[in-house]
Ligand binder design. Structure first.
Ligand SMILES: N[C@@H](CCC(=O)N[C@@H](CS)C(=O)NCC(=O)O)C(=O)O
Length: 215
């Protein structure tokens, strides 16, 4: 008799922030059980994730022993550190580690978190009639934040140099959200070749097509 290997369980959805985590798991060759559901649009998906994450957000990662981990940046940093030989993050002793941590936290806090407003502008006390202008303002702020980041990076093949890191995966995914890629290409000319390269990463082509097609 064979016993099943303990597996990670990931609550995630197509075209969501969980895709950055799924991309890292794919590159690392780590199997996981996916619980699919678009939490921002589907109440059943929200209620499905609620017992493990009362924030009702994805990605939510459940460890084989039942421990819960949320926060996309934290999960990505953790996975890269745990599998250091895969080289998906600069080591703590590497001079690039500071900027790596800085921008991982920045993408999460300055950019990704703003998307919480969009499914229901009432979340910030705005009337539904103001929806279009609130969403425009969110997108303007995100464009500014991408531009600010772009101006302070000197990418090589990838954002931190010539090695692919989970920061590249994170930016490649979050830049697919509003205000979407065309705007990103305008405001982030230095990061543009990097996300295009990651879009074409041979180990991820089939994954992107299935989980977050660009078109
Ligand atoms: N801080 C969280 C944000 C996660 C997040 O906003 N997830 C979205 C999907 S991309 C979500 O579940 N939204 C549900 C909602 O807006 O209620 C993280 O970085 O993981």
């Amino acid at each position: 008799m064979t016993t099943a290997e303990p597996r990670l369980t990931l609550y995630g959805a197509q075209a969501s922030g969980s895709i950055a985590v799924e991309a890292a798991l794919t590159l690392l060759g780590i199997p996981y059980t996916l619980v699919e559901g678009a939490t921002w649009a589907d109440n059943e998906a929200r209620e499905r994730v609620a017992p493990v994450n009362p924030m009702r957000q994805i990605p939510t990662l459940v460890m084989p022993g039942g421990e819960i981990m949320t926060e996309s940046a934290a999960i990505l940093i953790y996975l890269a550190d745990l599998h250091a030989s895969a080289g998906l993050a600069p080591a703590p002793t590497d001079a690039r580690r500071r900027q790596y941590l800085r921008w991982m936290v920045y993408v999460s806090s300055a950019i990704y978190s703003l998307h919480w407003i969009k499914p229901d502008v009432g979340r910030i006390g705005a009337p539904e009639s103001a929806r279009a202008s609130v969403v425009d303002a969110v997108h303007e702020r995100i464009a500014f934040c991408w531009s600010n980041m772009d101006g302070q990076l000197t990418p090589g093949k990838y954002l931190l140099g010539d090695e692919l890191s989970v920061l590249d995966l994170y930016v490649t995914v979050v830049s697919r959200f509003g205000p979407w890629r065309d705007r990103f290409y305008q405001v982030a000319p230095r990061m543009t070749p990097v996300v295009r390269r990651v879009d074409q990463e041979p180990r991820l082509i089939a994954f992107w097509r299935e989980r977050f097609p660009l078109e």
